[in-house]
Design a protein around this ligand. Structure first.
Ligand code: SF4
Ligand code: SF4
Length: 68
């Protein structure tokens, strides 16, 4: 079980974390943009997060923090 926090203002909506999450529980927001105009990553089902940290390792902008 893990908990992911997205620092939305660092996110550039590249989708790498979405692509690499083995549980497919990340998405780019369909309804919101951050201050830079990008759709930020968001967690759609935190209960399924294993805390594997793949998403945070892939993020080029260090926008994700994973707690186990
Ligand atoms: S820690 Fe792993 S399971 Fe959780 S959101 Fe990130 S990539 Fe997905
Ligand atoms: S990898 Fe980082 S910058 Fe790219 S969408 Fe995910 S959180 Fe945003």
């Amino acid at each position: 079980m893990g908990r992911v926090t997205v620092n939305e203002e660092y996110c550039k909506g590249c989708g790498l974390c979405v692509y690499f999450c083995p549980k497919n529980i990340l998405q780019l927001s369909k309804t919101r943009l951050n201050a830079k105009g990008y759709p930020p990553a968001e967690v759609i089902d935190m209960e399924q997060c294993t805390g594997c940290v793949f998403c945070a390792r892939m993020c080029p902008d260090s926008a994700l923090t994973v707690e186990k």
